[in-house]
Design a protein around this ligand. Sequence first.
Ligand SMILES: Cc1ncc(COP(=O)(O)O)c(C=O)c1O
Length: 368
Amino acid sequence: MEVNFFPYRELYLNDKLNLTNVIDEVLSRGAFILQKDCDEFEENSKNFLNCSDFITVANGTDALILLLRAAGIGNGDEVIIPSHTYIATAAAIHYVGAKIVLADIGIDKLINPNVIEDLITDKTKCIMPVHVNGRICNMDEILKIGEKYNLSIIEDAAQAFGAKYKGKSAGTFGIGGGISFYPAKVLGCFGDGGGIVTNDTTISKQIRLLRDHGRDEKGEVKSWGLNSRLDNLQAAILNHKLKNFPQEILRRRRIAEIYYEGLKDCEGVIYMPFFKDNEQNFDIFQNFEICCKKRDVLKDFLHQNNIKTIIQWAGMPVHESNLDGIDSQSILPETDIFFKECLMLPIHPLLSDQEVHFVIKKILEFYA
Ligand SMILES: Cc1ncc(COP(=O)(O)O)c(C=O)c1O
């Protein structure tokens, strides 16, 4: 048996007829930029996430840049993020001219609220929690700190479209959240794409201008902006995929449950992102990332058995990227341990129970 990590091609072929109809319909209308498909997808996402506005943009990184700009964060300001994230989180802060301040992770492998206060200075303007793998961070604690120090909260929800915390969707806790529709995301388009979730009408008005060269609906230029429009074609594809999205999330959660049940007594597996007794989080399992002993040897063993796994972000936290603006001296022991042990197992809506059991069997065989 061969277990792919992510079946880009099959996800298209599996729904080819419908998808080609969607694409043909858009092309036949000659509707390419900010047309009705964008409006419809924004409206449907807004209803799905229960937020006051959803704005499509070109990608998840732009979503964060636009949120930071709309919140007035720039030169001289400091933004706190976890080092356990993709470089895009840090890049967004870099590109608005602010300083990146890196925090360690807690037991849930997400930003640890207990270390945030020590990182706050008189220049701190914002905390940007990152809901890695589709689990929302401990927002109660983060919001408390934000309120105490009068800081903006902007969520990096690139991996968390539809994830919930105490019944509220990712992106609805602070100023807003940035979503990525990169093809391998839970809701992925056929290229780059992004969106912004917000409950703040002032922010949403500003972002609608910023994403389209500062132009309003009449085309009048009201501010400096950039070109960060989602292609209308991608919006139509996403709109179609959104219909089946709730079922796909349920399938991901079921796969996570099978992995958990199969591996919970395995001594080599140190950590799994389980959710059953966690009533406050509704995880969407963008990834199923475990921590395990002899990680690199296990990865090779699984590869030899035709099972593809991934070590996320080449096994490097943000503080190890050798870039200006990144404090490589940051002391982040939990993040360092995590990146030595982490391994992502295959998870996607087309993965069969049989394939999941095969992965489990091979992991158990490795540690036996
Ligand atoms: C945590 C995180 N933040 C930001 C991004 C950036 O999104 P995009 O690739 O759509 O720009 C990603 C995408 O992989 C991500 O995983």
